[in-house]
Write a protein that binds this ligand. Structure first.
Ligand code: ZN
Length: 320
């Protein structure tokens, strides 16, 4: 006859073995899923980082090539806008290279209005720290204090774009002629300072401003006729409001709806009294760089402009 004690022991061992098997069947796959999940996530992140780096390298390379060509022709050395111009005949192949990197990626454009200011260097330092490029819609400040800022924006590969020479609403929006005079003055001023012939503009108050005495469609028609593209925005940092916004509020405004957009143009300001915008900038950049399949780019001819209203000439083109 069998010993009942050893039988009990055998049953207990069997129970343990079954429990162990069940536990292993749950724990091992869970562990593997977590392990490979983390690996996959960090691989995706590395891929994004690599794309951002490749894009920046391509920009630098194109800049070098364009610099070499320009030197031969004895025209100003740096022309950041030309770098990414898709219509340039000899740039077609470079654009394809750039497109291969940016295709299928969310594109975020950091844009700064109203500079240069005493904050410009801080902004440029932060952008340089993260190796990302932005767009500056600048004013005409004929002041020694800001002399180098225009040049630094261009030399560091950012897009120099126009805002307004005077930024005086009552003057620039009094007639199309007055607008043209102000913008042409800025275009020439920036060309003298940097050698860049700017052809991107952001209207003070945006195209949907309600203060202009002339219909904005007429001003837009003027821009279209002169090969000047205007850009509004679809994300606001909120730093244009009269009240002070904390860096946390700026961060939240800049980032809260980014995941709903394929292309985001973020409106920020480069001005002396907008310190919290600069304080928030590192967190904003880190947040965007952490997003999957997302690149931070400077505005170029490849950028699809965000425009709140269209000029008559644009409307006609769309209808055709
Ligand atoms: Zn402005």
């Amino acid at each position: 006859m069998r010993d009942p004690v050893s039988r009990k022991k055998r049953i207990a061992r069997l129970k343990k073995a079954i429990l162990f098997t069940i536990a292993a069947a749950i724990i091992i796959p869970t562990f593997l899923a977590v392990f490979f999940g983390i690996r996959l996530h960090s691989a995706n992140k590395k891929n994004d980082e690599l794309k951002q780096t490749v894009y920046n390298l391509q920009l630098s390379l194109q800049e070098l090539r364009s610099g070499a060509e320009d030197t031969e022709e004895n025209v100003p050395l740096y022309d950041s806008q030309e770098v990414a111009v898709s219509s340039r005949e000899d740039g077609a192949c470079e654009d394809e290279e750039t497109k291969a990197v940016t295709d299928g990626m969310r594109k975020v454009y950091l844009t700064f209005d109203d500079g240069p200011s005493t904050n410009t260097d801080r902004i440029l330092d932060i952008l340089a720290d993260y190796g990302v490029k932005a767009t500056f819609f600048v004013l005409g400040k004929d002041n020694e204090l800001y002399k180098d800022d225009y040049e630094r924006i261009v030399l560091e590969g950012h897009t120099l774009a126009m805002h307004s020479y005077s930024h005086k609403y009552n003057e620039i929006y009094s007639s199309v002629d007055a607008y043209e005079e102000d913008l042409t003055k800025l275009q020439n001023f920036l060309y003298d300072r940097t050698g860049v012939w700017c052809h991107y503009v952001r209207f003070p108050g945006g195209s949907s401003n309600t203060v202009s005495s002339v219909p904005m469609t007429e001003i837009i028609d003027y821009c279209n006729a002169n090969d000047i593209t205007y850009f509004d925005w679809n994300v606001v940092s909120g730093d244009a409001t009269s009240g002070y916004l904390s860096k946390e509020q700026i961060f939240a405004n800049c980032t809260s709806k980014l995941n709903t957009l394929d292309e985001a143009i973020i409106l920020m300001h480069d001005s002396a009294d907008r310190n919290s915008t600069v304080d928030a900038l590192p967190d904003v950049i880190e947040y965007i760089l952490d997003m999957d399949d997302t690149l931070i780019l400077p505005i170029s001819d490849d950028t699809i402009p965000v425009q709140h209203i269209a000029g008559d000439t644009v409307a006609e083109q769309v209808e055709e």
